[in-house]
Design a protein around this ligand. Structure first.
Ligand SMILES: [Zn+2]
Ligand SMILES: [Zn+2]
Length: 142
């Protein structure tokens, strides 16, 4: 395990982090990214806007335990953020705008995915096109 990784494990296992996380969630119970998009979702995760893994030991601790560096997120938004590499220069308005464009205003990431599934299955049944193979309609065709 690298030093940075050891440090990360130590921080997340610390009593200080656990109480800081709980205190933050207590004061910010809703996903802040969903909230910025006008959606109400309970937060389960506390994310570091500026990831402490970007820094060496002393500065890493400073960023890890900095209350103003925390963001409450739901599981979907948290996963999305990390997949998009937004571990630096996190800007909630920017991320909210991008998610609105990707999912549609007021639609969660999970619902946008389900909607896409329904639409690619559903429209193909009526349209009869061949563009999206493997949908639910595939079996009916044979
Ligand atoms: Zn969310
Ligand atoms: Zn995170």
């Amino acid at each position: 395990m690298t030093e940075a990784r050891k440090e990360r494990v130590k921080i997340y296992a610390s009593k200080e982090w656990r109480s800081l996380r709980l205190a933050y969630l207590y004061h910010h119970p809703l996903c802040e990214l969903c909230e910025a998009r006008g959606i109400v979702t309970l937060a389960q995760h506390v994310h570091h806007a500026d990831s402490f893994t970007n820094y060496d030991s002393l500065m890493a601790k400073f960023r890890a335990y900095d209350y103003t560096n925390l963001v409450s997120l739901c599981e979907e938004c948290h996963g999305w953020l990390h997949r998009h590499g937004a571990t630096k220069n996190f800007n909630i308005e920017h991320e909210a705008k991008e998610l609105d464009e990707q999912c549609g205003r007021g639609i969660t990431i999970g619902n946008a995915r389900k909607l896409r599934e329904v639409q690619t299955g559903g429209t193909e049944v009526h349209g009869g096109g061949d563009r999206v193979p493997g949908g639910a309609w595939e079996a009916d065709r044979q």
